[in-house]
Write a protein that binds this ligand. Structure first.
Ligand code: SAM
Length: 427
């Protein structure tokens, strides 16, 4: 979500006449787009923010903007008091506060840009920032902003506001526009992406959106994330199965394998319902890959309850598990009402047990692909090798002298590990 927000802002800044630089000491404007989903992310954001102070002292005309969840939809003026070298704060997905400040300054200097032009930039089609033009293969499109589910551990609803879907035609237009600029794959984003459209007057669905996006000629692949187990419908799964451009990959977090913990998290389903869902996904979408998220060490989680999460992962053998240790987030129900009583070392021990288990499972699943042909969409180069993904979202590296960027090619897999694979071009 932040990558998409940053790209939109970069595009608007370029249209105001700015250029990007990789060197902070050269910048006229620095935007820190922040995530605070866990304490570690917040610490990192605060660390980066503190490191900007000397730059501001050296160059007082530097504009420093803090954006995203550290600010939240209600604003966070305290950041300005605590870090006086910050000039302006912006809520998630809202570049306007920074742009207004710049516009005021420019107007004072030489009236370079009018407010109407600024709004045209923000409301109009996204023109890819210069460094992405002709190079960006895979782009994100936010389709649902905010979240109204209120899981007890999660800070996102309070920082990103209530759930609201983006206009259907605007999304189609953005996808067409990105495709016309060379993008081959789009990933639709939402905290509960499968609730897309339910709050719109026309009450459409993600499945409908997928069908319309599928008709964009030069678009090769469509992905979406993140799903919530209660909102994955058969209509959606059937659309994924039927539409060749929609990748057979579902990201559907379970968070825990114990019903009492799931209830305390207010996830709204049981472990057995989740098992049923995985079975349904697999029966409707042949060859599907599935990713999940897990939190270990939620308040009150006993060894026996953790064991149920372990057993669930062992039984379901999902392709990927994103693991996190529970982190108390200010303002959440869990922070107010529950004691963070699983010691850090114990959280780490549980984390490692799941990590080892998942490494083995992912390794075994990937090993089945040895000598098989897979279709890889190449995105760029890493350390001299071309990097791309299979429709099931598996990372593949290939050595080639050809320029493979943006091409979808058949590859024979020659080596596999739990996190990536190596292959050779078939033709
Ligand atoms: N909205 C999706 C959902 O909740 O299913 C995922 C979005 S969230 C940004 C990504 C992941 O961060 C969650 O799935 C969860 O595993 C993890 N997470 C959220 N709050 C957390 C917390 N307080 N402590 C540890 N992990 C957390």
């Amino acid at each position: 979500m932040n990558v998409a927000d940053s790209r939109r802002l970069a595009s608007a800044l370029e249209q105001m006449g700015y250029q990007s630089t990789r060197k902070p000491q050269e910048a006229d404007i620095i935007v820190l787009n922040t995530c605070v989903v866990r304490q570690s992310a917040e610490d990192k954001a605060i660390g980066r923010l503190s490191s900007l102070r000397p730059l501001k002292e050296k160059n007082p005309s530097l504009v420093i903007n803090v954006m995203g969840c550290l600010i939240g939809v209600r604003g966070n003026e305290r950041i300005l008091e605590k870090f006086p070298w910050v000039d302006v704060v912006s809520p998630p997905s809202d570049p306007k506060p920074l742009l207004h400040l710049l516009m005021e300054r420019l107007a004072r200097e030489k009236d370079q840009i009018k407010q109407t032009e600024l709004y045209a930039i923000l409301d109009g089609d996204l023109v890819l920032p210069h460094e992405d033009q002709g190079k960006l293969v895979s782009a994100y499109i936010p389709i649902v902003y905010g979240c109204s589910h209120a899981c007890t551990y999660c800070v996102i609803p309070s920082r990103r506001g209530i759930e609201h879907s983006r206009d259907y035609d605007e999304i189609l237009k953005e996808a067409e526009n990105l495709t016309s600029q060379g993008v081959k794959e789009i990933t639709l984003l939402g905290q509960i992406v499968d609730r897309y459209g339910l709050d719109l007057p026309a009450q459409t669905t993600l499945a409908n959106l997928l069908r319309d996006l599928h008709q964009i000629n030069d678009l090769k692949r469509i992905r979406f994330l993140t799903s919530h187990p209660n909102w994955v419908t058969d209509e959606l799964l059937n659309a994924v199965a039927e539409l060749p451009k929609v990748c057979p990959h579902i990201e559907v977090p379970v968070q825990a394998g114990d019903d009492e913990i799931l209830r305390a998290m207010r996830r709204g389903y049981t472990a057995s319902a989740y098992r049923g869902l995985i079975k349904n996904i697999r029966s409707r979408i042949p060859g599907v890959s599935i990713a999940t998220d897990i939190i270990v060490g939620f308040p009150g989680e006993t060894e026996a309850q953790f064991q149920k999460t372990y057993d669930l992962l062992m039984d379901l053998k999902l392709d990927v598990a994103h693991l996190a240790r529970y982190s108390t987030r200010p303002g959440t129900y869990a922070a107010r009402k529950m004691e963070d009583d699983v010691p850090e070392e114990e959280k780490m021990r549980r984390f490692r047990l799941l990590e080892d288990l998942q490494e083995k499972i992912s390794g075994e699943i990937n090993a089945r692909l040895i000598n098989s042909p897979v279709q890889v969409l190449f995105e760029g180069k890493s350390k001299g090798r071309w990097r791309g993904r299979t429709p099931t979202n598996k990372l593949v590296f290939v050595e080639s002298l050809e320029n493979l960027r943006g091409q979808e090619r058949a590859v024979k897999i020659t080596w596999t590990g739990p996190w990536s694979m190596i292959g050779v071009l078939i033709d």
